[in-house]
Write a new protein. Sequence first.
Length: 360
Amino acid sequence: MFLNVESVSVRYGHRTARAAVDAVSIGLAAGEIGVLLGPSGCGKTSLLRAVAGLERAAAGRITMAGRTLSDAAAGLHLAPETRRVGMVFQDYALFPHLTVAENVGFGLKALPRAEREARIAAMLALVGLGHAARRAPHQLSGGQQQRIALARALAPRPELLLLDEPFSSLDADLRESLAQELRTILKDSGTTALLVTHDQLEAFALGDVVGVMHDGRLEQWADPYTLYHRPASRFVAGFIGHGVFAPARVAADGGRPALQTPLGALAGTAECPLPGAFPGDDCELLLRADDVVHDDTSPVKACIERKAFRGAEFLYTLRLAGGERLLAHVPSHHDHAIGEWIGIRAEVDHLVTFPREAAR
Ligand SMILES: Nc1ncnc2c1ncn2[C@@H]1O[C@H](COP(=O)(O)OP(=O)(O)OP(=O)(O)O)[C@@H](O)[C@H]1O
């Protein structure tokens, strides 16, 4: 791997304080985009800052392209400016008294003038703002300023680009288009990048690999498809997408093993074998809103408790006769009233089960 973060911990204050980052390991291949995702306070920014060298790792090692950047056991900690790492922060902090071109050229002072100007022009072209070179930052929109911040960070050819919530001060529409653009720019320039966000759509739009953090720990480090369809923990399953945990039981269905669920028996497949030994064969099945299909011919009926319009679809909150609650995405031309009973069935491609939690 190009970037290796090995069992890194970050602690603020006393050695015995709870770790903000607790023995986290991740790796990125050259040119890959990694995203750290998780709720506020889970430690994403602290991990990013440890990679940047802005925080000292209390334990673990960080290496990049064969160089050791941090090694807590050996007491080694390279200063941020010697790590060949570029950074883009949330508040894009362009220098207001410099032009756009001067901002982009800020880290290139050591280059001969002609080379420097060529690099500035190339970076401005990369972010689609070649025409804005002579403007002042305040003459640009928020999204344009953030693209200049990106050009400025990429100009000195960092080996790794770190981005901390780069779009959080922008409005939702702009965020989505910039996320797509950012991915194209990073891929076109072959940049290896690690980005922090709490927005899962942004993480999925950008990341080749996404890490979900919770209470300082890394719960899973995987591609977006795997995170969604094969969450490794109950926390990841609950944090990503819409879904519920339905009580289920491993039992025989006409002699074949099956999972008995409130929506009927579901058979395992070679790809998704039925779970092995749950105590008493009881477990909980993750049922995502897109695993539950509206079907008037189904014998299973559910009452609509709530519905949220999402344009192309509704997100229905449903209650079965037995009291279990489910979520379902239903095309928005199926506009049923709250309180109405509709037919539903399960269409589950991936059986994801967890041990049943006693207190639930
Ligand atoms: N400089 C600091 N001094 C003391 N504690 C800190 C410091 N920075 C962060 N923490 C604590 O470390 C934990 C992780 O914080 P961190 O900022 O890394 O989380 P985060 O996931 O990036 O959160 P957010 O999305 O809100 O920025 C939190 O409990 C936070 O209060």
